[in-house]
Design a protein around this ligand. Structure first.
Ligand code: PMP
Length: 400
């Protein structure tokens, strides 16, 4: 006789998080009590934040906060509906127009998160018999969105990370008559590495594929005036669609895609994650509008961000740490072992430095890392503290 299987058995068997908590090295879900940007407080203890994506420090900027507060006063706390129905306010339209202009595209469309943006763009555009062709290291949200496309009989193929030879091999094997979308992070979220965009564009042209770049970690960081990866490579017109998030440089919450008028119009009227989900709140949108003005008028912020990151990168490199390749605002230190990564994380935490532990499912086994990222608003004393504590603990754990 067959024994009935309880769906929840996997949950009852999942002990990893509790085991790690019992050892006192659990690196996730720690509540912050207070944040001023580069310094945060956990249970009353001050730590240098070296793991946030608040790249330009705008979440703590009084102008951005004020804009959010004013929007709440005018529009209330929620739009209580989707953009499609009753959830569009003037601020959404104003931001879409300003972002289209900023990214030098005909139109822009807002979503409630970056995650939902991928889900709104990829399965809406890539349909039965068409191909989504994705870098193996693309963000998890793009993978999830591509799997949604598979659910409607599209094909999902992946190429080796940033390998244009492998991308060409994949493209060669796809029927010429099939619609194709090449999807890549502009700046890869774990390593901070930049996509090989020149070669990617050449291949897209040769094989008649369209391009979607997810610039979540690039805007405010690279490109002319922080305009991201297409601008960095002078390829704005060659990248069909750029998408991104407001949860990093823009100091808010939400996502966007920008491109040509008819494509954005199609997504706008067909994307399930847009039509069936409530629109970004007035407070979130107003914060982005304020941040955008700051990004445009204060390019020094990006310069400071990159100087700060380079300072730490050099310090850690000189100390002998193995780093992932990056010249952006992310410095990932390879540890290569799950337990050692969590122990290192906890020792940094206790020493007053907060970073991100990247273990499964964030990275593959053997690639475990401590991912640090920096802000324009870090002071030299914060950066020195990060380097010093990394070195002390690195020596103690025999990593350097
Ligand atoms: N794309 C990339 C490359 C990301 O790094 C992230 C966030 N980590 C997202 C999309 C999702 O953005 P959001 O946080 O707005 O959902």
């Amino acid at each position: 006789m067959n024994t009935p299987k309880d769906l929840f058995k996997k949950c009852y068997d999942f002990t990893l998080a509790d085991d790690v908590k019992a050892q006192g090295i659990y690196p996730f879900f720690h509540p912050i009590d207070e944040t001023e940007g580069p310094v945060v407080s956990f249970a009353g203890n001050k730590l240098v934040m070296a793991g946030s994506n608040n790249y330009l420090g705008l979440t703590a900027d009084p102008r951005v906060k004020e804009a959010s507060i004013n929007a709440i006063k005018k529009y209330g706390t929620s739009c209580s509906g989707s953009r499609y129905m009753t959830g569009t306010v003037n601020l959404h339209i104003e931001l879409e127009e300003k972002l289209a202009d900023f990214f030098e595209k005909e139109r822009c469309l807002l979503f409630s998160t970056g995650y939902q943006t991928g889900q709104g763009v990829i399965p809406t555009l890539v349909q039965r018999g068409e191909y989504v062709i994705s870098d193996k290291d693309n963000h998890a949200s793009l993978v999830a969105a591509s799997i949604m496309a598979v659910g409607q009989s599209a094909k999902f193929v992946r190429y080796a990370h940033n390998s244009m030879d492998d991308l060409e091999r994949v493209l060669k094997n796809i029927p010429e008559t099939a619609g194709k979308l090449i999807v890549s992070d502009g700046v890869f979220s774990v390593s901070g590495e930049i996509v090989d965009l020149d070669h990617l564009v050449d291949l897209a042209k040769k094989y008649h594929a369209r391009i979607l770049i997810d610039d979540a970690h690039a805007v405010g960081v690279i490109g002319k005036g922080g305009r991201g990866t297409p601008s960095e490579f002078n390829r704005v017109d060659d990248v069909d669609l750029v998408m991104g998030t407001f949860s990093k440089t823009f100091g808010s919450l939400g996502g966007y895609v920008a491109g040509e008028r008819s494509v954005i119009n199609y997504i706008k009227h067909n994307a399930s994650s847009l039509i069936f989900s409530a629109s970004p709140t007035p407070a979130s949108v107003a914060a982005v509008l304020a941040s955008l003005e700051i990004i445009k008028s204060e390019p020094d912020l990006t310069t400071r961000l990159l100087e700060n990151t380079d300072y730490v990168r050099q310090g850690l490199k000189n100390a002998g740490f193995k780093l992932m390749p990056s010249r952006t605002a992310i410095v990932s230190v390879i540890i290569g072992d799950q337990m050692k990564t969590m122990v290192f994380w906890k020792k940094l935490f206790d020493a007053g430095v907060y970073v991100n532990a990247f273990i499964r499912p964030g990275v593959m086994p053997g690639h475990e890392a401590l991912r640090t990222s920096f802000m324009a608003t870090h002071e030299k004393e914060h950066l020195d503290k990060v380097i010093t504590e990394f070195c002390t603990i690195g020596r103690e754990l025999e990593i350097i």
